[in-house]
Ligand binder design. Sequence first.
Ligand SMILES: [Zn+2]
Length: 380
Amino acid sequence: MRFTELIDQERVSKQLTGMVRQGRLSHALLFLGPEGSGALPLAIAFAQYIVCANKTPEDSCGTCDQCRKAAALVHPDIHFCYPSVKNREKGREEGISSEYIREWRRFIRENPYGRVTDWVRSISSENRQGNINARECHEIIHKLSYKSFESEYKILLMWMPEYLEKEGNRLLKLVEEPPPKTIFLFVGQRQEQILGTIVSRTQLVKVPPFSVARVRQALMENEGVVESIAGQIARISEGNYAEALELVREGQEDLLELLRAWLNGILRHQAIQVSSWVEQMSAARSGKETQKNFLRYFITLLEHALRLKYLEPGQISLLDQEAEFSTRLMDRIDWIQTREIIRLLDEACYHLERNANSKMLFQALSIRLGYIFTRKPVPL
Ligand SMILES: [Zn+2]
């Protein structure tokens, strides 16, 4: 994996290549980025950059022998460690990473921005918790006791050190005084859940979430999603690319069109249209997820519209048709009404998550919105 193959985290990749170029590469780095920020593919690309025999100031070459092995995740000096589950087939109590390396290669190939829950589910038929256990720590100490095989450095990339159990303390000495030419790359999401003793021994590399515009662009370029829908999904997922991809897989309903049809029915008092819309919505293809996404989309659109009207015009990343829709909606309602609608939508999301009957919920919501639009007090 090269930096140029990733969704751009340009500032961070520059920082990383700079460390190598200026010979100030720390022997232990902690990549810290929220879910879906691409911290893992970034660390994998960095490992490839370190071993590449032909690197440029910006990126690995992608064609040398070292790069090819790194890209296939088979480089003998790049070791991976990640949460695993009990390995039934081998009759062991605790599973370790090397027993799941094939599944790992497939996961990264198909799902480089994937979440840890997706990973654990992919190796466990039951609903198990993954962990990084004592056996794994022994294995790491053992692996790193060898000299590197092909490149100058040997690298241990650990994904989700949050899953290290207390035995992780066995690694401390190794992290503090590693064997020569050994580099630790930890990739995590929540600093407060990582052993403090590890955090204090590593150099922090902060990976920010992607911007909405970046996610939109990536969905269009990599997944072939049309602009209007890519924009909606990017907004709902708030920079989490793993979540954005999941929304793409769930189906690409045009949420703005759905919203337009619903509100037009309500504003024009077309009871029949509204009730057939409610029927359709409650029978939506992917059920509750689509319904929740729809409500979340409406909320983010209203929040953007409020900011557009009252706070910072021109600063909002709305698509043209969304901006036009929001402006027309804000012409009809003031900020008190908007706040009231957001409150109702929030409440509806809450009830949907707790398995409310969606048909009744959307019916009630339609009636209450009607009251808010006409400035009548909403009945309880
Ligand atoms: Zn190379």
